[in-house]
Design a protein around this ligand. Structure first.
Ligand SMILES: *[C@@H]1O[C@H](CO)[C@@H](O)[C@H](O)[C@H]1NC(C)=O
Ligand SMILES: *[C@@H]1O[C@H](CO)[C@@H](O)[C@H](O)[C@H]1NC(C)=O
Ligand SMILES: *[C@@H]1O[C@H](CO)[C@@H](O)[C@H](O)[C@H]1NC(C)=O
Ligand SMILES: *[C@@H]1O[C@H](CO)[C@@H](O)[C@H](O)[C@H]1NC(C)=O
Ligand SMILES: *[C@@H]1O[C@H](CO)[C@@H](O)[C@H](O)[C@H]1NC(C)=O
Ligand SMILES: *[C@@H]1O[C@H](CO)[C@@H](O)[C@H](O)[C@H]1NC(C)=O
Ligand SMILES: *[C@@H]1O[C@H](CO)[C@@H](O)[C@H](O)[C@H]1NC(C)=O
Ligand SMILES: *[C@@H]1O[C@H](CO)[C@@H](O)[C@H](O)[C@H]1NC(C)=O
Ligand SMILES: *[C@@H]1O[C@H](CO)[C@@H](O)[C@H](O)[C@H]1NC(C)=O
Ligand SMILES: *[C@@H]1O[C@H](CO)[C@@H](O)[C@H](O)[C@H]1NC(C)=O
Ligand SMILES: [Cu+2]
Length: 576
């Protein structure tokens, strides 16, 4: 046995360096969590039902880590159905194996089995989240993922000693019926997946909704303090407005990255996005209680929508003279496009020395991708419930409606299995037309199912312009990319003009996001460098649209250096 005294001096030096590293925050911590996915009974909106959740919590448990940590989550499926979990906003460098989307990077975790995800944090700092990535299970299976600055470093916007508390605010939705039945119905008939029965804040619809009174989420606050709200839109299908009565919101981050701060009364957040917001409490509050509120921002006024307002309560604990309330926030009208568009236009990266940007200027490949809600044909003798009752609802990217394969694309790629996917996802729309003005013409409705992927050489700098269409109605679409964050360099209304619009790009301090809100009847342009080898899903984060097929997958090839290769395939991957 080698005694301590005999330990070679080189090893001691390494130990010393490691301990020094730990002291200044260079050490990488490994954190462990256990997630038990199971059905739990809840009573909301005067009805009780069981819902798939994690650890009996709705929303689920918060993961807290520091920048650069490794988080290990052992997911035990104790529910009745197949599931997977995605770590939304984590780039997972070289590590597609643990990204999570069902049939893209893994086969599902079957009931009675478990799977341990290894989550590698790298650049992320701020608020991200986690959610199920199978069927519509995300409705109950989601939670916050908070990434603090490394030990010894600070937030750019406040000294941590001046920050009184951080409060996760998770915007969700509640269905009084079983959403899986709707999914089954859609798969059978192609009919619409209906709206939720209420919006929720931290799991509760709040005082304005039936049987909500007395159950609202409540946060006790003190006067004259600064709170950090970590707001996540975990809802399935709605852009949301959010405000706090008589308090301003100072936005300092989004999607696990910092922003130049700006102050608003109301923010707009799309499903998949996060917003970090400072809230300064009053020195002398008039009321003891103030409502936080959230309601739908409806980008297509012709759609049916959940028109209720979810509320939660801020209660001042140290203001003896404050009386009454709660006061309701003055939320914008549901169809207030102006507020939504102006809000999103204010998102700009910090672009400081400590938090620089690296906006790609030389582009290797360009794609223009149309977003559309479409129809698929109804076979003779079938009962269909899509438009006209004789079609199925579908959705597409560049007129390709994505169909999940029966075994995962990552394994098919890794083992060179043929017949699982095709590599001809188009770089441009197959037909040019006035995308945002089809005048209701039915000739644009039909699409076709396929499993088309886009293959990229390692290190390709890609620009994607997402172009909304008004086929079956123009609408905002929150487009989310796995494996990367990207710079949103431009947004605009109408049809993208490749000659004139790039001149208006922001290449100085564009926001760095993983989910971009493509404006209704408009476009958004984003850029990223494909330096993460693997298989990465891209989809609209309205879950209805994902189910309808508004998705595709990137395969980023490996480079020649060890740092540009995928990590080895874990032996524990679930089997199909
Ligand atoms: C399942 O969980 C057990 C511990 O509960 C663990 O030892 C095992 O490695 C896990 N299996 C997988 C595939 O993650
Ligand atoms: C509020 O905080 C500021 C700065 O910390 C301090 O100067 C001020 O006196 C405080 N106000 C009250 C009423 O305590
Ligand atoms: C909200 O929608 C419900 C059901 O569609 C309707 O009965 C109600 O009048 C609407 N409320 C408002 C304020 O528009
Ligand atoms: C909101 O809508 C109502 C009814 O349509 C209208 O009277 C009101 O002026 C609108 N408010 C704003 C701020 O646009
Ligand atoms: C489709 O069928 C349903 C149920 O029979 C009916 O309520 C609805 O009006 C029909 N819609 C159209 C567009 O025909
Ligand atoms: C597309 O439609 C819009 C709205 O009607 C119209 O203003 C525009 O000129 C059309 N563009 C083209 C290229 O036809
Ligand atoms: C739009 O459609 C209407 C009828 O559906 C038709 O009368 C009108 O001419 C169309 N307009 C254009 C610009 O195609
Ligand atoms: C989309 O694909 C369908 C099926 O192949 C075809 O009928 C339709 O014309 C295409 N539409 C457009 C706009 O490309
Ligand atoms: C782009 O804008 C230029 C200048 O206004 C115009 O000449 C051109 O026709 C536009 N291109 C398209 C495709 O609309
Ligand atoms: C669950 O996943 C397995 C493996 O992919 C599959 O064979 C099975 O049919 C799935 N079960 C259901 C109910 O989808
Ligand atoms: Cu969409």
């Amino acid at each position: 046995m080698v005694g301590v005294a005999k330990m070679p001096s080189m090893v001691w030096l390494l130990v010393a360096v490691f301990m020094l590293g730990a002291a200044v925050g260079l050490a990488q911590n490994t954190l462990h969590y256990d997630f038990f996915v199971k059905e739990t009974t809840y009573s909301k909106l005067c009805k009780s039902k069981s819902l798939l959740t994690v650890n009996d919590m709705f929303p689920g448990p918060t993961i807290t880590a520091r920048k650069g940590d490794i988080v290990i989550v052992n997911v035990h499926n104790q529910g009745p159905k197949n599931i997977t979990i995605h770590w939304h906003g984590v780039d997972q460098p070289r590590n597609p194996w643990y990204d999570g989307p069902e049939f893209i990077t893994q086969c599902p975790i079957q009931p009675g089995t478990n799977f341990t995800y290894e989550i590698l944090l790298s650049e992320e700092e701020g608020t991200i989240w986690w959610h199920a990535h199978s069927g519509l299970d995300r409705a109950g299976v989601h939670g916050a993922f908070i990434v603090h600055p490394k030990r010894g470093t600070e937030y750019p916007f406040i000294k941590s000693t001046e920050l009184h508390k951080e409060i996760p605010i998770i915007l969700g939705e509640w269905w009084t019926s079983d959403l899986n039945l709707q999914l089954e119905e859609y798969l059978k008939t192609g009919g619409e997946i209906h709206n939720s029965n209420a919006h929720t804040i931290n799991g509760e619809p709040g005082d304005m909704m039936p049987c909500g009174r007395g159950h609202a989420f409540k946060e006790d606050v003190l006067t004259n303090k600064t709170y950090l709200l970590r707001i996540i839109n975990a809802g399935l299908d709605n852009d949301m407005f959010f405000a706090v009565a008589d308090h301003l919101l100072t936005v300092v981050g989004t999607d696990g990255r910092y922003l130049k701060e700006f102050t608003v009364q109301t923010l707009m957040i799309s499903p998949g996005q996060t917003m970090d917001v400072l809230l300064k409490t009053k020195e002398f509050p008039t009321y003891r209680r103030y409502y936080m509120g959230s309601r739908t921002y409806l980008s297509n006024p012709r759609l049916a929508f959940q028109n209720g307002t979810a509320t939660a309560i801020l209660e001042y604990k140290d203001a003896p003279r404050a009386r009454g309330g709660p006061l309701l926030p003055n939320l914008p009208n549901n169809t207030d496009h102006e507020t939504a568009i102006q809000y999103t236009a204010q998102l700009r990266s910090l672009a400081s020395t400590a938090h620089p940007v690296a906006v790609p200027e030389v582009i290797n490949e360009r794609m223009v991708i149309t977003l559309a809600v479409n129809t698929l044909p109804c076979a003779i003798g079938e009962m269909c419930r899509g438009p006209g009752n004789n079609s199925r609802l579908a959705a597409s990217l560049n007129n390709a409606s994505f169909e999940d394969p029966h075994t995962d694309i990552l394994d098919a790629y890794y083992y060179s299995t043929k017949g699982i996917y095709e590599t001809d996802f188009p770089n441009v729309p197959p037909f040019l037309f006035n995308f945002t003005n089809t005048n209701g013409s039915r000739r644009y409705w039909p699409t076709k199912r396929s499993t088309k992927v886009k293959v990229l050489e390692y290190g390709t700098v890609l620009e994607i312009v997402f172009q909304d269409t008004d086929i079956l109605g123009a609408e905002n679409h929150p487009m989310h990319l796995h494996g990367f964050a990207f710079y949103v360099v431009g947004r605009g209304l109408g049809n993208f003009n490749a000659t004139t619009d790039p001149a208006k790009y922001n290449l100085i301090d564009p926001p760095y996001q993983n989910t971009v809100t493509v404006p209704t009847a408009g476009w958004a342009a984003m850029r990223f460098k494909a330096e993460n080898p693997g298989v990465w899903f891209m989809h609209c984060h309205f879950d209805r649209h994902t189910v309808f097929g508004m998705s595709t997958t990137f395969i980023v090839k490996e480079g020649t250096t060890p740092e540009s290769k995928m990590r080895p395939r874990p032996a524990s991957m679930p089997k199909c």
